[in-house]
Design a protein around this ligand. Structure first.
Ligand code: AMP
Ligand code: MN
Ligand code: MN
Ligand code: MN
Length: 276
């Protein structure tokens, strides 16, 4: 069994790289890709421990990209071990634009009396503070009753304090990943649309923009979706990937490797096929 979509404390997961490694070993994962948002830090830490845990660790990343004026998530997989220096520089640039957004967002909140300081959010993931960290703080301090409410009322598009951040286009993100010998993969296609015909069109369009694979297996995908995405992948000659999108505490119903209510079991052959 493998899991190719996992978040650590380097982004918005609640498990450190070493806690992830221990858990992966306990459940018998053969390979795990760390796919943090906008950072390789979790992967770098896990990679150093891979030999002692006897688990294959894959270098991955999850990037929010712009498609038709909306945000879609792209996964990048660097199967030969490393994202190159140019890719890492580009990621640093994304981190910088993210931190500019965070400052504006924190200022806006403070001006309106919210006791939320950037420094309080920074202790866990100094390079990747995202809106989930703001949302968690808002729930902890009683400004919102749930993460969902924090996004709906305050932080999400349409929320009172929504501040956009720079997001690269699908073309730019895919080409940066491909230039670094990575495979750009569309994450959790179920979040794009549930209309199969529209999705086919979008995926065909995204393939022309450089997307080379789709995440067929994911905690949010039911059996019917898995079959649909598999057939779309075959029709458009796209690679197939899969993972739980494990975040730990942020979504306790999702288990590493096994997904939501054990709806996942991704065989190692998926990784072998990805390698081609
Ligand atoms: P950021 O990259 O900092 O702008 O935050 C984006 C992240 O916030 C996404 O990857 C999601 O994990 C999370 N997110 C976005 N919208 C929502 C929502 N409505 N409810 C819960 N989490 C959300
Ligand atoms: Mn996340
Ligand atoms: Mn995602
Ligand atoms: Mn994810």
């Amino acid at each position: 069994m493998i899991d190719l979509h996992v978040h650590s404390t380097a982004s918005d997961g609640s498990f450190t790289a070493s806690a992830l490694m221990a858990l992966a070993r306990d459940i018998g994962l053969e390979a795990m890709a760390i796919t943090d948002h906008d950072t390789f830090e979790g992967y770098d830490q896990a990679k150093q421990m891979a030999a002692s845990f006897d688990i294959e660790i894959i270098c991955g990343i999850e990037i929010s990209a712009r498609y038709n004026s909306r945000t879609v998530h792209l996964l990048g997989y660097f199967l030969n071990g490393q994202a190159n220096a140019e890719m890492r520089r580009w990621i640093l640039h994304l981190q910088h634009t993210r931190s500019l957004r965070n400052k504006v967002l924190a200022d806006k909140l403070q001006k309106d009396g919210f006791n939320i300081a950037l420094e309080d959010l920074a202790h866990k993931a100094p390079h990747m503070i995202g809106r989930p960290h703001f949302a968690t703080a808002m729930v902890k301090k009683g400004y919102a009753s749930s993460i969902r409410e924090a996004f709906c009322d305050y932080l999400g598009e349409g929320g009172r304090y929504f501040v956009p951040r720079f997001e690269p286009s699908i073309q730019e993100a895919s080409s940066m990943i491909a230039k670094a010998n990575g495979i750009p993969v569309l994450a959790h296609p179920i979040r794009i649309t549930r209309d199969a015909t529209a999705l086919e069109y979008y995926i065909c369009d995204m393939k022309e923009m450089g997307v080379a694979g789709i995440e067929v297996y994911h905690s949010e995908h039911g059996r019917a979706e898995v079959e649909l995405y598999k057939s779309i992948a075959q029709r458009f000659s796209l690679s197939i990937t899969g993972g739980s999108d494990f975040h730990g505490e942020k979504d306790p119903s999702i288990a590493l490797g096994y997904g939501l209510n054990r709806n996942l079991f991704i065989p190692k052959s998926v990784l072998d096929a990805l390698r081609g």
